[in-house]
Design a protein around this ligand. Sequence first.
Ligand SMILES: [Zn+2]
Length: 260
Amino acid sequence: MKIFILGDLEGTAGVVDFKQQTYSDAKYYEQAKRLATLEVNALVEGVLEGGAKEIWFLDGHGPGGIDYELMHAEVQMIIGRPIYAPWGLDESFDAFFLYGHHAMDNTERGVLCHSWSSRAIANCWLNGELIGEIGFNAAIAGSFGIPTVFISGDDTAIAEAQGYVPNIVSVMTKRGISRTSALSLAPVKARELLRTGGRKAMGKIDEIEPYTIEPPYEFITEMRDEKAVNAKAEREDVERLDSHKYKVVGETLIEIAQRR
Ligand SMILES: [Zn+2]
């Protein structure tokens, strides 16, 4: 079994603050990365117990969300920027895991909720439906016929994932109180659950359908700052819709991911 784990930092137990923990200049950034890495390692243990033979981990947090030095020995890491979807993902993988994820922007109680960029982007729509990283990335995996079998994060991230994959295996690391506060598990408890959850998800690969969205695709982005749209609108493949919104179209989600 060959497994692809897409990781982020905002869904880790104990992580609740952009300025203090997840931005690269945050005072507790190194600690947050360490917490995430130890959670990923626990998840990897479970995935190995469940029969995985090859595991790829993509560090999906913009400035980096992993302490590479502590990473589990049995994982290959996709690191550095720039990096473009599908990040080496192809039909040879058996399952897709979402580690440490967060809900889309403007989600009530969504801990560190945002859509791709907490500072720049307000909302995104794919074919008319609001979408964030969870749905979009699950659909990219689905376009290769790969099921998204696992998510960890706060309760709102899990609810969002269940909207696309009702029987997804989930580990709730914290319950959202607001965008920057939560009732969180202790890190050691989260690791216990991640190990068990990883093993359980491996056993459900055959039961979970790949999540797919039919082409063609139309992706609309609403920026917080109207000036950011000016630069985008100069491109030939971008259509400006109003002061803050622009649209790209494509026949594949990979095209959308590269153009949006
Ligand atoms: Zn992130």
